[in-house]
Ligand binder design. Structure first.
Ligand code: NDP
Length: 461
């Protein structure tokens, strides 16, 4: 293929979405190149999901060692070496990076290590190589980057990008934000023995998640030792006497060694030449696309976080695949974003799919709630005080399970399987007809019999 252009498809960004789209399009016979200015693999592989999960594993051991005693184990004196963890993590990331490169090469995709900027709707300038190339179709898959608010001293702060490469593990840390990254890193630092403070500007963190889970996560994180402060933010950061001093909105002052911002991510759309090509952006700087990921320009598409639809790796992969099927495979596929199972690797872990109770109450006249919170069997000997929570949100008219919200060990693994049932539109009766697996915590999902009733509050005399 290729014809009058150098390439049939030029992809900007070799992250999850860009790599999948490149490989599938090449598989359909397209001549494909992908440009990447940093490392092939993107945020998820290089400085996101994968290294984060390795850090979460590392941070769990402190608790595991303690819990082993109740089962008869004596664990000798333990110590933790940050450099070993970082080195081993880097080795694994290098290995994955190599696999991504080899898979692209095997698929016949040309990898160009350069920043790529649009010159017009068919021309891309390769800044690192001082040359232009042309393509029939262009896919923008440049992801997103951490956002930091503009406050005095912000230059002293790090983001998750730097947290993966800290020279030393700080003794004290303050994490700002109340989303996925903030809770995950607060858990990591706390588990590794760092004195951890987490600040969230609103009244309860994890906005958008089910309220019961949000409440319980706050309680559990505090039990584990995180100094979690809501309605609190930083006004100013100053470095003095080798430490950081944070002035807070509530007038308090915190001294710490490291400040990590996890206050959201902005789509990577600046200085990409999008204006030159006439591509329309939304309010947050995201590329506006239709259901086939097509931008306002006919031959230019965008997938993944740069479109700010659902900023999750598997969604970007699905969008990239659907784009290639649609444009090069003659199989138009619009990704369904309505039911997305997701895991938050907080401690305790959470898994969630479908509507929260609050969302369901907004959309339906009536909603039935089934929920339970309990200490698992393991806790009887381990002594852990950590609670597990399971909650089903059900539409009583159709009996359909609208949402499932889980907290506890392996909730991420569990929600993947439960996500199948919810995606298929399973009813509560079908959950109940499923034979329980005993003894597991998950059996609660198919044995929850009683609807939850709001406690009756009597008016005071
Ligand atoms: P989120 O959008 O999830 O959360 C951002 C948090 O920062 C919110 O609590 C927000 O508060 C707060 N915030 C925003 N602006 C400010 C500000 N100016 N000052 C103080 N606080 C502020 O972003 P994350 O950075 O946590 O994660 C980015 C994306 O990465 C997420 O959308 C998620 O999809 C993805 N991700 C997924 C993971 C997973 O699947 N396990 C893991 C990590 C990331 P408020 O609620 O008030 O707006």
């Amino acid at each position: 293929m290729a014809g009058k252009y150098d390439y049939d498809l030029f992809v900007i960004g070799a992250g999850s979405g860009g790599v999948r789209a490149s490989r599938i399009a090449a598989g359909y016979g397209a001549k494909v190149a992908v440009a990447e200015e940093y490392r092939v693999g993107g945020t998820c592989v290089i400085r996101g999901c994968v290294p984060k999960k390795l850090f979460v594993y590392a941070s769990h051991f402190s608790e595991d060692f303690e819990e082993a005693a109740g089962f008869g184990w004596t664990v000798g004196e333990t110590s933790f070496d940050w450099k070993t963890l970082v080195t081993n993590k880097d080795k694994e990331i290098d290995r994955l990076n190599g696999i991504y490169i080899r898979n692209l090469e095997k698929a016949g995709v040309e990898i160009i290590a350069s920043r790529a900027v649009l010159k017009d709707r068919h021309t891309v300038h390769l800044a690192g190589e001082h040359r232009d190339v042309t393509a029939d179709k262009i896919l923008i898959a440049t992801g997103a980057a951490p956002f930091l608010p503009d406050i005095p001293g912000i230059e002293h702060a790090i983001t998750s990008n730097e947290a993966f490469h800290l020279e030393e593990l700080p003794k004290r840390v303050v994490v700002i934000g109340g989303g996925y990254i903030a809770v995950e890193f607060a858990g990591i630092f706390n588990g590794l023995g760092v004195e951890t403070v987490q600040l969230y500007r609103g009244s309860l963190f994890m906005r958008g998640f089910d309220d019961d889970l949000r409440d319980l996560l706050a309680e559990e994180m505090r039990k584990k030792g995180v100094d979690l402060r809501m309605n609190c933010d930083i006004v100013e950061i100053a470095r003095k006497d080798g430490e950081l001093r944070l002035k807070l909105t509530d007038g308090d002052l915190i001294k710490t060694d490291c400040v990590m911002y996890a206050t959201g991510r902005n789509p990577n759309t600046t200085d990409l030449g999008l204006e030159a090509a006439g591509i329309k952006l939304g309010k947050a700087g995201e590329i506006i696309v239709d259901k086939y990921s097509k931008t306002s320009i006919d031959n230019i598409y965008a997938v993944g976080d740069v479109t700010d639809r659902a900023n999750l790796t598997p969604v970007a992969i699905r969008e990239g695949h659907a784009f290639a099927d649609t444009v090069f495979g003659d199989k138009p596929i619009a990704v369904d974003h309505s039911v997305i199972p997701t895991a938050i690797f907080s401690q305790p872990e959470m898994g969630t799919v479908g509507l929260t109770e609050a969302d369901a109450r907004d959309r339906y006249d009536e909603v039935d709630i089934y929920k339970t919170a309990f200490r698992p069997l393991k806790a009887t000997l381990s002594g852990s005080r950590e609670m597990i929570m399971m909650k089903l949100v059900v539409d009583p008219k159709s009996d359909k399970v609208l949402g499932v919200h889980l907290m506890g060990p392996s909730s991420g693994e569990l929600i993947q399987a439960v996500g199948i049932a919810v995606t298929l539109g399973a009813t509560k009766a079908q959950f109940d007809a499923t034979i329980a697996v005993h003894p597991t915590a998950a059996e609660e999902l198919v044995t929850l019999k009683d609807k939850w009733q709001a406690p009756v509050v009597k008016a005071a005399d």
